[in-house]
Design a binder for this molecule. Structure first.
Ligand code: AKG
Ligand code: FE2
Length: 345
């Protein structure tokens, strides 16, 4: 008998799918298409907090190559990995399991490699992971371009000149320290069998892959393999729901900055990655590429003359507690530094 498939938001068609075909390029956008995408994105982010992007132009092979490179990096001896440990100032580099933590009640099993500059000298050397730079740099450039196209689409939807958000995100992946956007490569290793942790037999060891949180920036793009585990609380709901997987698609989810910028009209999406049930799934690893689109450090949240968009009012939503701490005039660098301190040990 076939195994019962897990019910997910995607399998129930509960996440809006946005077709990016014919959007043009970030420097030469097809305006009518960008406008339509802006409306769809606004509706999706205000009602759900996330959307699925298809026909975005980023080939799956590019993602798979990067997943493979990260596997190879994680298999290097610890001493060799140590040369690439995350630099707390630039936020670039390798983050070992336990070095950053969202849920302090569980062991988070996660390796990540933060990329904040595309300079080859900051990447694992060719002798160590031969094609890391060759694969990671074009992918980061593609995700930057995709983010720029979405920033223009959002500007149309919010009734501000199309360049408004682009101007506040001009330093993305420029490597000059002006903008904290990150492409994060994530590898979640297999999870030890239930109740058998590194501690003594009687210990009840609780693992997770990534504790509940909302991302700090404007929005996050997420490409994931088919292993599952990503769960979200849709806007206005307290219920955790599995997202599921649509081959080749990229998710976009709202971050805290966009929430603050829009006076919570587009609330930040609370999400996590759990350990899948069953010994087969636990024994498998998971991969993801998350691109965190952040405003420039000197961007000050402008008051948006939000045009009444033709969408239903968003459901009532209690903002994440730290949202109340940052005020519409808080500057981008302050907010990011505060949130990094909370996350990194
Ligand atoms: O692995 C994922 O799908 C999400 C990771 C994540 O939420 C994060 O790194 O902020
Ligand atoms: Fe996240």
């Amino acid at each position: 008998m076939a195994a019962k498939q897990e019910e997910t938001l995607l399998s129930r068609c509960e996440i809006p799918i946005i077709d990016l075909a014919h959007i043009g390029t970030d420097v030469c956008p097809m305006k009518s298409v960008v406008r339509r995408i802006g409306q769809q994105l606004f509706t999706a982010l205000s009602t759900k907090g996330l959307a699925v992007l298809v026909n975005h132009g980023i080939a799956d092979e590019k993602l798979k190559s990067v997943y493979g490179d990260l596997d190879n990096f994680c298999a290097l001896p610890e001493g060799c990995q140590a040369q690439y440990l995350r630099n707390p100032v630039s936020n670039h580099g390798y983050v070992r399991p336990g070095m950053d933590q969202f849920d302090n009640t569980k062991t988070e099993l996660r390796h990540s490699f933060n990329i904040t500059t595309l300079n080859a000298a900051s990447m694992p050397a060719q002798e160590e992971v031969p094609e890391f730079t060759k694969h990671a740099v074009p992918l980061a450039q593609d995700l930057t371009k995709l983010s720029r196209a979405l920033l223009q689409a959002l500007a149309y939807a919010l009734g501000v000149p199309p360049g408004t958000f682009l101007d506040c995100h001009s330093g993305m992946m420029q490597g000059d320290g002006r903008n904290p956007s990150i492409m994060r490569l994530l590898y979640y290793p297999p999870v030890p069998p239930e109740d058998e942790g590194p501690c003594c037999q009687s210990d009840v060891v609780h693992y997770t892959r990534c504790g509940a949180h909302a991302d700090y920036g404007t929005f996050t793009l997420i490409a994931q393999d088919s292993e599952g585990g990503l769960g979200v609380k849709l806007n206005g709901s307290e219920k955790w729901q599995a997202v599921g997987h649509l081959p080749g698609a990229i998710l976009v989810q709202t971050g805290e900055f966009l929430a603050a910028w829009t006076a919570n009209l587009l609330p930040a999406l609370v999400h996590r990655v759990v350990v899948p049930a069953g010994s087969y799934a636990r024994a498998r690893s998971r991969h993801c590429v998350a691109f965190f689109c952040h405003p420039d450090n000197d961007a000050v949240l402008p008051a948006l003359p939000i045009r009444a968009a033709p969408v239903p009012a968003p459901p009532a939503f209690t903002p994440h507690p730290h949202l109340t701490l940052h005020h519409r005039l808080l500057n981008a660098a302050h907010h990011i530094q505060k949130r990094f301190k909370e996350t990194y040990a």
